[in-house]
Design a protein around this ligand. Structure first.
Ligand SMILES: Cc1cc2nc3c(=O)[nH]c(=O)nc-3n(C[C@H](O)[C@H](O)[C@H](O)COP(=O)(O)OP(=O)(O)OC[C@H]3O[C@@H](n4cnc5c(N)ncnc54)[C@H](O)[C@@H]3O)c2cc1C
Ligand SMILES: *[C@@H]1O[C@H](CO)[C@@H](O)[C@H](O)[C@H]1NC(C)=O
Ligand SMILES: *[C@@H]1O[C@H](CO)[C@@H](O)[C@H](O)[C@H]1NC(C)=O
Length: 448
């Protein structure tokens, strides 16, 4: 069990204000509070609602939870899938199966898990309470002063701090304030149906049982569309998410709206009988437009007192299932760097180190996620046939059509240790070798 007490080091402590109490904001708050700083979160929602559905957390994310001593609490509410299967829409034939479960844990010393977003959020909120992080709800920010860091809320209140972090999600007002212009979220060309199905109903159908027993991630691929299912611990639900291409001219549907299940059945009408049986078990259906948001050109303000993290910095399409995981990496890097600061004049430097450390990685993941979208959506024909041949008859190679099995991507995704990377970066900085800082690495010896 990791040490639960927070740091007692003699380093100075600073006041950090975080905008947004999603997974990114909460995780950063925990990472920074654990090492002794004062943290306040401002969240526009009037209450912390239990929203969302299933998310994946891959080993480099769960590694961070272990370090923070909250992995066991998270595992209690999570499932550890045994494998991830890719299937064809035509006959549900299994094209490829990638072991997860014990194999991932042995390879990367941390589990690959699936969990309801609300359950993960609630464990983080509990940990934030334990660490005495102040969470102010009903706090919608309207203005940030980047030079003399402070935040003004719509109710007139203001908060000041030494550092402000923006974690207000994909349609980020913090990002617009930082850049000085609005980056509109675009229609990605896909929309999503989320369907509620009880895992126990699925298990009663002989030909569907393999979807839930043993618990596996299943990904079907078909022309212009894909579907993913996995069992969640919460309420015995099977998480079912269907994605399909649409006419890009249609108006954007932000956030889930209830629709009749027949809309999804129509869109997936050409899929095989097994899949139709699965859809027949639906108890409810919601639909929304999948957004695509250009990446912010930079994440930190030139005055060195503000940075973005999570989706506001690098929202990505969901095809690698890494959105939450990268947010936890951001948080671990920030927490590690905040544990090092010896002097206030180093704060701008740690924000530049953070951005330089993180951005190439998230940019690469964003583009790989985009590429997976196409691979999952091939029309029947030569591209699809070659993809399926590789999946069935070829050992995984760099660029393999199942990203979980791609040896190069897998290693870079899952063996990345955000805490180690930040430690190494700090050591480089202390030698005066980190590019683009204000050079405050020797401020303490200079003052002595
Ligand atoms: C309601 C919801 C449901 C989701 N469901 C899923 C899911 O089922 N599966 C999945 O993989 N991912 C889901 N996600 C996305 C996933 O949580 C994120 O991709 C990832 O966790 C990174 O999150 P984030 O904290 O950067 O952003 P978000 O999770 O979007 O959190 C941003 C937070 O900032 C708050 N905020 C926004 N504007 C302001 C403002 N002006 N002032 C103060 N606060 C503000 C928001 O209310 C929100 O709490 C969901 C996100 C949300 C918000
Ligand atoms: C693991 O690393 C990959 C990139 O290499 C990243 O996308 C992902 O978010 C990381 N996962 C976790 C859980 O931190
Ligand atoms: C930020 O705050 C300082 C000090 O209160 C003030 O002088 C400055 O004008 C403010 N900047 C903006 C952009 O509001």
């Amino acid at each position: 069990m990791a040490d639960h007490s927070w740091s007692t080091s003699a380093n100075p402590t600073y006041r950090v204000l975080i905008i947004g109490c999603g997974l990114a904001g909460l995780a950063a708050a925990i990472g920074i509070r654990r090492v002794g700083h004062e943290v306040t979160i401002l969240e526009k929602a009037a209450e912390l609602q239990e929203l969302g559905a299933g998310i994946n957390v891959s080993p480099n994310g769960t590694l961070i939870f272990r370090e923070w001593g909250i992995l066991d609490a998270i595992k209690d509410k999570a499932n550890i899938p045994y494998a991830a299967s890719m299937r064809s829409y035509k006959d549900s034939f299994q094209l490829f199966s990638q072991p997860l479960g014990r194999q991932m844990e042995e390879l990367y010393s941390a589990p690959y898990l699936v969990i309801h977003r609300a359950d993960l959020h609630s464990v983080l909120v509990q940990e934030a309470d334990r660490l005495e992080i102040a969470i102010h709800l009903d706090s919608h920010f309207t203005r940030i002063n980047f030079s003399d860091p402070s935040v003004e809320l719509s109710n007139g209140k203001t908060y000041d701090a030494d550092i402000i972090l923006g974690a207000d999600g994909e349609r980020s007002a913090c990002r617009d304030a930082l850049l000085g212009y609005n980056i509109p979220s675009q229609d990605s060309g896909d929309h999503v149906f989320r369907i509620t199905v009880k895992a126990s109903d699925v298990a009663q159908h002989k030909d569907l049982m393999e979807l839930v027993q043993p618990p596996c991630v299943n990904l079907w691929v078909g022309p212009g569309a894909n579907a993913i299912t996995y069992a969640l611990k919460r309420d015995g639900l099977l998480n079912v998410v269907l994605t399909c291409a649409h006419d890009i001219s249609k108006t954007i549907q932000h956030g889930p709206r209830r629709v009749e299940i027949h809309e999804a059945r129509e869109a997936f009408g050409k899929w095989d009988d097994k899949f139709q049986t699965l859809l027949s078990l639906a108890q409810g259906c919601t639909k929304w437009t999948l957004l695509q948001t250009p990446e912010a050109l930079y994440w930190t303000h030139p005055d060195g007192k503000f940075a973005l993290l999570g989706d506001s910095a690098h929202a990505m399409l969901p095809y690698l299932g890494q959105g939450a995981a990268v947010a936890f990496e951001d948080a671990a890097v920030l927490g590690t760097l905040f544990s090092k600061v010896q002097h206030k004049s180093q704060l701008p430097d740690i924000l530049s180190i953070y951005e330089r450390l993180r951005k190439p990685r998230t940019t690469a993941l964003r583009s790989r996620s985009q590429a997976m979208r196409d691979v999952y959506a091939f029309d029947d024909g030569p591209l699809q046939q070659e993809r399926d041949r590789q999946l069935q008859h070829h050992a995984p190679f760099d660029g393999f059509p199942n990203f979980l099995a791609d040896p190069v991507l897998q290693k870079s995704m899952f063996s990345y240790n955000a805490i180690d990377e930040a430690e190494k970066a700090w050591d480089t900085y202390l030698r005066g070798e980190w590019p683009s800082t204000r050079g405050m690495w020797n401020v303490v010896s200079r003052e002595a």
